[in-house]
Design a protein around this ligand. Sequence first.
Ligand code: ADP
Ligand code: ZN
Ligand code: ZN
Length: 817
Amino acid sequence: MPFFAEVILPLSLAKTFTYSVSEAEYNYINKGMRVAVPFGKSKIYTALVIDIHQSQPTLYDAKEIHQILDEKPIVTEIQIAHWQWIASYYMCAIGDVYRGAMPSALLLESETIISQKTDVFVDESLLSDDEYLIYQALQQQSSLKIQEIVAILNKKNIFPVIQKLIDKNILVLQEEMLEGYKPKLVRYARLHSKYQSNEGLGELLEKLKSANKQKEIVLTFFQLSASEKKPITVKKLVEAANSTPATVKALIEKEIFEDYFIQEDRVNFSDKTKEEQLQLSDGQQKAFDAIKTSFIQKEVCLLHGVTSSGKTEIYIKLIEEYLATGKQVLYLLPEIALTTQLVSRLSVYFGNKVAVFHSKYNNNERVEVWTQVLRNSEKAQIIIGARSALFLPFHDLGFIIVDEEHEQTFKQVDPAPRYHARDAAIVLASFHKSKVLLGSATPSIETYFNAKSDKYGLVEISERYGKVMMPEIELVDLKDKYFRKRMKGHFSDSLIEGIATAVSLGEQVILFQNRRGYSPLLECMTCGHVPHCQQCDVSLTYHKHKNQLRCHYCGYSIAKPTRCHSCSSVDLTTKGFGTEQIQQELMELFPDNKIGRMDQDTTRGKFGFEKIIEGFKNRDVDILVGTQMLAKGLDFDNVSLVGIMNADNMLYHPDFRAFERSFQMMVQVSGRSGRSEKQGKVIIQTYNPNHNTIQQVTNNDYLGMYNEQLYDRQIYKYPPYFRIIKLTLKQRDFDKLKEGAMWLYQVMSSNLNMPVLGPEEPAISRIRNEYIRIIIIKIPHNISVAGTKKTIQKMLNSFDAVAQYRAIKVSVNVDFY
Ligand code: ADP
Ligand code: ZN
Ligand code: ZN
């Protein structure tokens, strides 16, 4: 009787595969264990076992697995079921979900490239023979494919050896080197290992007899370690001893101290930092009780609370209750950059029970958190993360919070799985029979609709915490201001006056400039020519400080030309305005104030963002100019004015969500103003002060916005009344694409009894030399979604079977955002 394992391969393949195993292996293997398997001509992959059985595959001869990689399952059955749901709902391969879900160090394959970790000391005597051979090979060659290591060791079962070397921090995966992610490290000091037992201490102090400053630091170090019982940062040591970093350096050189680094958001909190007693206000307490009542009947509850109503504190109280029952809690955030702020807020209450997980962490850390969650470790009872934290191996998940649930970053765009983390979280919760709380000051139309139609519970807070007033909103009519010559650059006299007043009182200002579609361009004044990217259908953006033109889609850049490429005129001018230009104008208007800027260019790398936030919190900056990043849940206490430079370029985006998003964005940025006692102010510059959306922002009228948008959505057939599936077709050959897109469109529209739109040329119709066509399918709520998807999938399969269309890549985006 043969024995088989059914596995998922980490490839974009919809099917599972059958491999043969021995009887002993059959008895050993459990669902959720990984196995190394051969695939294709000579490749090896890490596959995931999802079943064991005895039925021979009919279409092919099952190959044998190479090796079992785990002693116990590292993926739970709930995860497998959840991933299968994602694959089927979002119409992607189960292999894509598996690949996206696992830390890549757990997915070694023959093509994986590994390198030796630099700046790590390796004690060769501790390496096994195989480990030593690999280590040696990497002294000759900076990187190796796992395939090459197979040849070096002359055996095929090498994943465990490599895994060990990764765990020992000796090897890294090449992809990580490329990512170049540099976590923010905090520097700590400790006694050199020579002195860590108490014996050498007398000798040590003797050594420092004539170095008073150094002795002072050493004594301070002893005091601090006695009183705090936790690692001591160099910064703290220097401050406490009233000394200098140079003195610490001298001690390190003398080998009395040594320094070491820990990533900032991973510091082990020795325990709760203080016995913090959180006292909810009456309003918060009411909301808290209402949420709990709603959870008796419903799985999901929406907490709609105005900005600064203290939603986070309500989350904390709820988390406390779930922790007390021993359950795990998942806290999803829209943006990695917000985690540090939140971690420090939560750790006050929960100490080291908080763990952070996101895709930017290195593999060791991701594997570590994965394992902690799998083992239900105390240290990872609360997981904070961006959308990928959803894929962790939870055992006993009791509660999921999705904060700022309206944020579009919860939807993954590329690559597949193109899932929405909020919606996938709700499904995950149903597998665990746990509860979900969605929080926002500006809920998405879909979520509010679900709450209003009684699918979700709904709890609202309309007051800010501490009775802080909502900001006062002033509209500035740009048409009128230009007409009456009351503008300096992009600033109206009212805005200039507002800024001047605020800074003169020592208060801070945030200016919001949505740059999307409004980047500065270089234009020829003689012939009107605008330089375009060679590979993409977009104009190049002018970057003043580098004096460059850049493509925001592919990164192509050239030095700013001195003559027009088309007519050779030297009369070139910049048009449009981005954050950089606003900053420039501000420096001229307010030469005595410090001006900061926050956008994609200044926040590259995770900690760029945090440096700017920190600087602003510390009041190193008076006026901060930024893009939509500023709109996300940040809490500043000294901002009394928020200025929106131009509300119109958000409103007129060709997108059915444009008004909803403009509303959310403006309300969210406005919410940064006046978070302490004094009423804050918001100045909105616009050509359309009477536009409904602007009026709704001004009156803080969420319901008005919701009702108007809902009406439009029904008329124009959009969510929540229709589900949208977007097909994107790409191909280098323009004519072939056009023809193929038309073919697919016709098949779709004649087989689906519902609106099918397209094939449309999107606003940006070529990226990296590939042309693009879009087809939109709108599924009405009375037609089966699952059935429709099956039909669509069948048509996509037949499209794929047409030889002349095979080169066209089609990607499917379900619930396109
Ligand atoms: P939201 O997330 O709703 O915008 P926050 O949770 O950031 O609001 O709260 C706004 C401010 O009010 C924060 O500075 C927070 O620390 C403070 N705050 C809210 N609730 C309380 C409370 N119960 N006790 C003390 N401070 C609170
Ligand atoms: Zn020209
Ligand atoms: Zn480009």
